[in-house]
Design a protein around this ligand. Structure first.
Ligand SMILES: C[S@@+](CC[C@H](N)C(=O)[O-])C[C@H]1O[C@@H](n2cnc3c(N)ncnc32)[C@H](O)[C@@H]1O
Length: 203
């Protein structure tokens, strides 16, 4: 069942209008299936941290199938409600949506998650350490996470992630793959000590 739970939080963090994160141009240039298909397969558990209205979430739900589960988390209640309506319409009963800070996802069991997507999250929130701590807590050994930050917000207060902070962030993980471009930086990471094979951590 799709459920919306949680409480308001993170007053200073950045909400992004739905048309910015989910629009035909983005779907054409960076279709969600392209990213998601690399990391997920049937029966797995995934978390979309800072999911917005669900650009990747519904594709994640399709990939993990009825035996898998996707936790969708955003502090923006409007985005979560939008995502939940879409999930209901499409019959995605394997999505559990929460209005919550990415820095406090206590409803996800420790070491239970195969894949965490945190696309564009850190540069929209202040508590980077909190969110990264939760990612480390919930990932299974052998699980992986995709982190990305945009350059647009680098200089704006505590939310921006500059090159030095990005380097320190990646030090907390085993880096499977990383890259950067005009828009920002991204990395596929696994827990330290996890064997790595191809684009994802090895089970
Ligand atoms: C740039 S958008 C990316 C949305 C989505 N990951 C995507 O790729 O389409 C960043 C998202 O992070 C959410 N966000 C900001 N601060 C947050 C926090 N403390 N906890 C959870 N989500 C947060 C925003 O509401 C927004 O939906």
């Amino acid at each position: 069942m799709t459920s919306v739970t949680g409480k308001e939080c993170c007053a200073a963090d950045r909400r992004i209008p739905a048309f910015v994160t989910d629009n035909p141009v983005r779907r054409f240039l960076a279709p969600p299936t392209k990213l998601v298909s690399r990391f997920l397969s049937g029966g797995e558990v995934a978390v979309d941290l800072g999911c917005g209205p669900g650009f990747h979430t519904l594709e994640m739900a399709r990939r993990v199938g009825p035996n898998g589960k996707v936790y969708a988390v955003d502090f923006d209640r409007g985005a979560i409600e939008k995502l939940s309506r879409k999930a209901k319409r499409l019959g995605c009963s394997n999505v559990e949506a929460h209005v919550s800070s990415a820095a406090d996802v206590g409803f996800v069991l420790s070491s239970s998650v195969d894949f965490v997507l945190a696309g564009g999250l850190l540069c929209c929130m202040a508590d980077h350490a909190g969110a990264l701590g939760e990612i480390r807590r919930i990932l299974k050994p052998g699980g992986s996470a995709y982190l990305s930050v945009t350059r647009t917000f680098v200089r704006r207060g505590r939310m921006g992630v500059d090159g030095e902070e990005w380097r320190r962030t990646l030090e907390g993980f085993r880096v499977v793959e990383k890259g950067s471009g005009l828009a920002g930086r991204w990395a596929v990471v696994a827990l330290d000590g996890t064997a790595v094979e191809g684009g994802r951590a090895k089970r």
